[in-house]
Design a protein around this ligand. Sequence first.
Ligand code: ARG
Length: 297
Amino acid sequence: MIYRRITELDFKLSDLPSLAHPSRVLMTTPEHFAIKYVINAHMNGNIGTVDKAQAFEDWVEVKNAYVHCGVDVETLAGVAGLPDMVFCANQTLPYLSEDGKHKGVVLSKMFAPQRAPEVQHFRRHFEERGYQIMDDLASSTIEFEGMGDALWHSGKRLLWGGYGFRTDHRVYDLISEKLNVPILLLNLEDPEFYHLDTCMCILDDQTVLIFPNAFTSDGLALIRHFFSVVIEAPEIEARTLFACNAHCPDRKHVLIQKGCEGTNAALRNHGFEVIELSTDEFLKSGGSVFCMKLMTW
Ligand code: ARG
């Protein structure tokens, strides 16, 4: 159930079971956010440059935008010495069991050793709330960065799996088998788009926002096959403002870094309501809205 190109497809979207839309987000508080090392191209030259007060303001603005959209926001306290823990899309991939009765998370195996200790805090958070914990990766060498790279199709038991920089494609064999879901693989080749969520934002079951040059031709063909509306972010907005790291929590509002004029015009043309936010301090670390929260059930 792993697909790399359209010629391999043996199902239609309408054949797949539906998946409830996640109704909540988890956010890690930002008091320990900083840039202390460089593990992606965007962090280059930015060590020690985070304005803490501004970062806190940015974070509160993102949180308030979710509340405005009617999304429940849960918080997990940031931990001293883990400056990237605030990017809480990366440590897990939440899922629902096939019968919809059980909630679970696949625990990540972080690519950078500096981020590895973050995972245990998410494990504890979800354990305490009764989630199933899938921790097969702990004892393996297979890297995986959760919802940085694995994205649920809107409303369907179907996963999009990015790989190449932070995630090892072999993880998708395991996830596909354990969760019984088909997975569409997307190979990432441009280091500025090191996670799938930096170049692809699923808005609803038919609409996606992407930066096309981040994908291979096989990947792009898969995307165009499954989405009837493909909105393309202009290069400058995708690279410098993380336009595709936006998030649409309700198939209506799009939370996005401010200044993405071309992207926003296209989003509005397709009927979305744009909510512009400042995530300036987090952009310095290679993340924006999507990375700063985790969708959960
Ligand atoms: N500095 C963090 C890292 O390099 C940023 C993570 C951004 N998260 C994301 N989902 N793209 O790991």
